[in-house]
Design a protein around this ligand. Structure first.
Ligand SMILES: Cc1ncc(COP(=O)(O)O)c(C=O)c1O
Length: 396
């Protein structure tokens, strides 16, 4: 068979889905020396030994067999303890399902609620890993651009609710947002809850950055759907060990869902991955139970770095942004830029700094670049110097 025919023999959805611009930037930058990489969504610290030791010990002990499809009971109990601590009310282990990263939590949620032709509403700019999997399974992401005006992002709830059709199954809210750092207020979350309740829609919540919240009032997490919803309503929440606990490479996350969905979720896990490695889950228990000092340190660093980059970029001509209240990204507009992918590749070559292109985050993203600032402060400062020098050469 000809190579071209091989490609023609796979589904149009898997053939036609565009590549993630983040991955494209990273692949391009990996082949160059001396580039400061700010394209990916992860910090620069490895997983602390306190979390990795229990995992290596479990591996050495022979915890190498198939395990519970929903996750080991000890980890589901630890998830309930962690939530009880942070939300001031009791949580039940039966509402937690361990997945292969936050990505599989999202994949499981959308497989469960959206069929062929069904729609999920998604404010954009958004992390591309919602729209991609939805299109691949034949569902439709309905992208509703947020407004960037007067140096700030705003979610227009009327526009959001106006996008609901008879095919709509869910409204998806990622707060704090990747890439914007925009963070929904409790009032906005309540409004989404009310609209979903009234129309029988699912809320698909993604709060993986909730601990990266730069409150002026000392709060240690962002407003959450868990503040305004019941555990047994139409709420599916994806989360992950990747960000808070510096475990991106572990690929462990969780889905929080009503108990009555337990068997359906278990089946999807069985048919997708058949479970998450038991020995890894031992490390996740330690992360939940002993991870607070590490998270404090991560958030303190992220906040200082956010101040560093916003300070430096605010003095550059043609650059505008909202100072992010959450997550660890800065999404900034570069006046006169019409092709963010081409510009990212150019900045990699000419300034040796690696950003992600705004266009990859959907409608409203072109014209912007994203940087991850949970990196070494010295390198970030160097990256800002290089970018500032490069900007002098950029023709608007
Ligand atoms: C908004 C958002 N949700 C979920 C994830 C999933 O994280 P992971 O699959 O690494 O656990 C990410 C990762 O970048 C993200 O940015």
């Amino acid at each position: 068979m000809q190579t071209a025919n091989l490609l023609a023999a796979i589904t149009p959805q898997s053939r036609g889905e565009p590549d993630s611009g983040i991955v494209r930037a990273a692949m391009y930058g990996f082949s160059k020396t001396g580039v400061i990489p700010l394209w990916a969504g992860e910090g620069n610290l490895p997983t602390p030994e306190t979390f990795s030791r229990p995992a290596s010990e479990a591996l050495a002990r022979g915890e190498t067999f198939y395990t519970w499809q929903r996750g080991i009971p000890e980890l589901r109990d630890a998830l309930a303890r962690y939530h009880t601590r942070h939300f001031g009310r009791a949580f039940d282990a039966e509402n937690f399902y361990v997945t292969g990263g936050g990505m599989q939590a999202i994949q499981t949620a959308i497989q469960m609620i959206a069929g062929e032709g069904d729609e999920i509403i998604l404010p954009t700019p958004a992390w591309p890993n919602y729209a991609g999997p939805l299109r691949i399974q034949g569902s439709r992401p309905v992208e509703v651009p947020m407004d960037f005006a007067n140096g700030g992002w705003r979610l227009d709830l009327d526009k959001l609710f106006g996008a609901v059709t008879p095919r709509t199954k869910a409204i998806c809210i990622n707060s704090p947002s990747n890439p914007l750092g925009w963070t929904a207020s409790r009032e906005e979350l309540s409004a989404v809850r009310d609209h979903c309740r009234k129309n029988g829609l699912w809320i698909l919540g993604d709060e993986v950055y909730s601990r990266f919240y730069y409150s002026d009032r000392g709060e240690i997490r962002a407003p959450s759907f868990l503040d305004v919803c019941d555990s047994e309503e139409q709420l599916l929440l994806g989360n992950t060990f990747s960000k808070n606990w510096a475990m991106t490479g572990w690929r462990v996350g969780w889905l929080q869902a009503p108990k009555v969905l337990g068997q359906a979720i278990e089946r999807l896990i069985q048919y997708n991955t058949s479970g998450t490695a038991a020995f890894l889950q031992r490390g996740c228990v330690a992360a939940l139970d002993e991870g607070e000092p590490f998270i404090d340190n991560q958030v303190t660093r992220a906040r200082a770095n956010r101040d560093l980059v916003t300070d430096r970029l605010s003095s550059l001509p043609g650059v505008s942004f909202e100072v992010p209240r959450g997550a660890f990204y800065l999404f900034f507009r570069l006046e006169g830029m019409t092709d963010s992918m081409a510009t990212v590749l150019r900045i990699i070559d000419e300034a040796k700094v690696g950003f992600a292109p705004g266009a990859t985050f959907g409608p409203g993203g072109e014209g912007f670049l994203r940087m991850c600032y949970l990196r070494d402060a010295g390198l970030l400062a160097e990256a800002m110097d290089r970018f500032g020098d490069w900007l002098g050469t950029f023709k608007r």
